[in-house]
Unconditional design. Sequence first.
Length: 189
Amino acid sequence: MRIMLTTTLLLALAAVPAGAADRLNVVATTADLAAIATAVGGDAAEVTTVARPTEDPHFVDAKPSFIRVLNQADVLIEGGAALEAGWLPPLVDSARNPRIQVGGAGRIVASDAVTLKDVPTRLDRSQGDVHPYGNPHYLLDPVNGGLVADAIARGLVITHQCQRLLAQLQHHTESMRVDYRHSRQIKYQ
Ligand SMILES: [Zn+2]
């Protein structure tokens, strides 16, 4: 009888839809990263974006309200390669959230997933502003979008520790990868 009751309880719990409390609180620095995180995370992620799509991602207006958003974050996705170097570090420091500090389980650095181009052989400002670690605008190549989607999926699973989410994410990233491969074959006029 006890076993039957337990089984009934488990079935009842499984039927309860995932509420907001069950969702990962994901913050993405830019709109393109947020779009990928939303597609990958599905129901498992509530995604907030810091930079407006119209803002230069190198020069984002770092509003104090972002500190609270980052304080509550389970996951922070950054473009990396110094894209946000001018404004993100002080916000993260002020947020006092160990999950999203550099090296924290909830910190996803998207540039780690791609091979950066245009890495300078020497650093000086004689040719204007530089990308010290290579071009951080790598999402202009849609194939890199698939690689970043994979990295975000892995990062969310590590944070969430959930096999069901893993299966869901693998399905999402697999279908996205197909889409991205296809996009490479499109001939642009
Ligand atoms: Zn740039």
